[in-house]
Write a protein that binds this ligand. Structure first.
Ligand code: ADP
Ligand code: MG
Length: 513
């Protein structure tokens, strides 16, 4: 893919926009682009730089993305949800060996929600975080749909990024990790050369010197970066505080950043082969990964103060990113939208769609955050297609498709016969959402009831009647979202978005943006 029309072969130290931006390390990549951490020499801060593939199609899409991002970033738009959408800082063209690349500059964010799902081993993210994430993303969608007139169309865990605490500090921390990694490797080489000599002085266990500094950190201990708690990284035998000028204490309640990192105490590492191996294992991540892991902001076993009603320090903060597939309420660029597992019934059936399609994807994604599994993961069979299976799964979970949707959709006849039954799948096994949560995910009946009461309005098969984002912000299930208890909008809970232009179909006529 690194060929003319493809990705730009970016490298550390490469300069952009007449030397204003200097690349530091790769942060990630997607179908359209590679994303790099860069230093902005004009504003003396780090930024994320998205370098788009150079082929015409990608360039055109990127120009649309910039137009959408500029509208979102526009200063005269004030809405509580604006801060949960990524903002564009700059954009320009970069001439490279593979052609002209559109470059977008963003604030630096952390890992995406898919990494978080994986971190919890696909067993579900704690509900306290899911509620915070859900509330912020609903606020963001209310902003996008109501204020800006933009439909994201590709809501999925990969496109939601976790906000970092102090970016500059994290960069320092990762740099110091890199240095440590080099030193440990050097030490390891040295050690292997004189292993027999060293073996005699190695204690049999990491704790044998009696120092608690060599033990694992308790799972309940938290670390705070900026205003945000950090996980105790699994397998990290040691931590130390990156020096911080303001630092006077590193206890958990202090706002002073205290960051986890592999021990710099090389003298003690030298004493313990086991510790050395552990250190290397936990550092064996690529640097690209290590940036996001180091900047990860969520605990594996959160310590939530019981009395933290108004405590905003435990907020995980997230933002919608990747507006590369987004469109306007009055100008849809394509009907081929949404990633398979998050694709709404009206899109599968080739019907009218609008802002409400985003709420379907959000519902699917929130289920995935809660359980660690896709809500719908359709497969092709011998006698049926992926779409057939997808529709069947939707019916099994949520009931029959409404006649209005069947009547107005282009491909209805391909999937349903004249009696309204699926053509290629006859045996359906109804298994409602609440029962799935009880039977498969072992939720109590009360909890399963609460979760499904929240998710079902987002998963209304009828796009016109699906609940709009603003009202869902006020849903009782989210009323105890930590630090966000006061985030309430003046909208009826579970109201549908009939007053939102383009709610369930494209507004025709000359586009107004
Ligand atoms: P694409 O349009 O190519 O899919 P994305 O905008 O989704 O590009 O970015 C690709 C990946 O790069 C993301 O999944 C994320 O891991 C990383 N990334 C994107 N933007 C940022 C950012 N502002 N800060 C940190 N990482 C980012
Ligand atoms: Mg993407």
């Amino acid at each position: 893919d690194y060929k003319p029309g493809g990705y730009h072969p970016a490298y550390k130290g490469e300069k952009y926009k007449d030397g204003r931006y200097v690349l530091v390390r790769k942060l990630g990549w997607g179908h359209f682009s590679t994303v790099w951490l860069a230093k902005d020499l004009e504003h003396h801060q780090h930024v994320a730089i998205k370098i788009v593939r150079s082929a015409k199609h990608y360039t055109e899409t990127a120009l649309d993305e910039i137009k959408l991002l500029k509208k979102i970033s526009c200063n005269n738009l004030a809405h509580r949800g604006k801060k949960n959408v990524i903002l564009l800082l700059d954009s320009f063209i970069h001439e490279g060996i593979n052609g002209e690349h559109i470059v977008m500059v963003f604030e630096v964010l952390g890992e995406n929600l898919l990494s978080l799902i994986k971190k919890y081993k696909h067993r579900g993210i704690p509900l306290i975080y899911v509620k915070q994430i859900a509330k912020q993303l609903l606020l963001a969608l209310d902003f996008l749909h109501r204020e800006v007139g933009i439909i994201h169309t590709d809501i999925k865990p990969e496109n939601v990024l976790i906000e970092l605490g102090d970016v500059e500090q994290i960069v320092r921390m990762v740099e110091s990790m890199e240095k440590e990694k080099k030193e440990i490797r050097k030490l390891e080489r040295k050690q292997s050369r004189s292993s027999s000599q060293l073996a005699a002085s190695i204690p049999t266990s990491a704790n044998s010197n009696g120092s608690s500094r060599n033990g694992r950190r308790s799972r309940r201990q938290t670390l705070i970066i900026g205003s945000q708690p950090l996980p105790s990284p699994i397998n990290s035998p040691e931590f130390f505080n990156v020096s911080n000028n303001n630092s006077s204490s590193n206890n958990n309640s202090a706002r002073v950043p205290s960051v986890p990192i592999i021990s710099s105490n090389l003298a003690s590492a030298k004493d313990s082969q086991e510790q050395l191996t552990n250190s290397l294992n936990s550092m064996s991540l690529s640097m690209e990964q290590s940036f996001v892991s180091a900047s990860s902001t969520v605990l594996d076993d959160p310590m939530i103060p019981e009395d933290s009603e108004t405590d905003s320090e435990n907020i995980i903060s997230v933002k919608f990113a990747d507006l590369g597939n987004a469109c306007w309420y009055d100008e849809h660029f394509t009907n081929d939208i949404q990633t398979r597992q998050y694709r709404s019934p009206e899109v599968i059936l080739g019907g009218n769609w609008g802002c409400s399609a985003d709420l379907w994807s959000l519902g699917c994604m929130l289920f995935e955050l809660i359980t660690g599994d896709y809500l719908f993961d359709p497969m092709k069979g011998h006698s049926y297609s992926k779409d057939d299976d997808h529709i069947a799964q939707i019916i099994e979970l949520l009931g029959p498709f409404p006649t209005s949707l069947l009547n107005e959709s282009r491909y209805t006849r391909e999937y349903f016969n004249s009696r309204g039954d699926l053509r290629r799948i006859s045996k359906l096994k109804p298994w409602g959402l609440k029962d799935v949560l009880i039977d498969k995910y072992k939720y109590s009946s009360t909890e399963a009831g609460e979760i499904s009461d929240f998710l079902l309005p987002l998963l209304n098969i009828n796009p016109a009647l699906r609940s709009e984002a603003g009202g869902m912000v006020n849903h009782p299930w989210l009323s105890d979202a930590l630090g966000l208890q006061n985030a309430v909008l003046e909208r009826p809970v579970c109201g549908c978005g009939e007053d939102i232009p383009g709610w369930c179909s494209e507004v025709k006529g000359h586009p107004k943006h």
